[in-house]
Design a protein around this ligand. Structure first.
Ligand SMILES: [Mg+2]
Length: 118
């Protein structure tokens, strides 16, 4: 656990060192890497090759925190991430509930239906 924490600290130092050196160029770098990720994901869908996706996800995950650091928006991004995750979970639950309502049998009914053959 301490090794992972040390690795994260070390990575943050490297990311900040790079961000401090390149400054606002990293905003364009992030845009470039996002474009490369789109291409890599398209390639995966067409060929099944995961390697480009691995490389480009790593690039985006390395450059995005640099932009957060440079713009001093890290805390806001964290809050927005939580908000968006919660919103998506709520939307999923709402959709699931609608499906169950269409089936006219609520969650208890669905559970009984699933266990019928058990
Ligand atoms: Mg790249």
């Amino acid at each position: 656990m301490i090794e992972i924490e040390n690795m994260i600290d070390e990575r943050q130092q490297k990311l900040r060192q790079i961000a401090d050196h390149y400054q606002e160029k990293q905003l364009w770098k992030l845009a470039e890497e996002c474009g490369e990720l789109v291409q890599a994901l398209s390639k995966y869908v067409l060929t099944g090759d995961k390697c480009p996706a691995i490389e480009e996800i790593a690039d985006v995950k390395n450059v995005a925190p640099q932009v957060e650091y440079l713009l001093e928006i890290g805390d806001d991004v964290e809050l927005m991430m939580e908000y968006k995750l919660d919103r998506t979970i709520k939307e999923m639950e709402k959709r699931q509930k609608k499906v169950l309502e269409k089936l006219n049998c609520g969650i208890t009914g669905m559970r009984n239906w699933k266990n019928k053959d058990a």
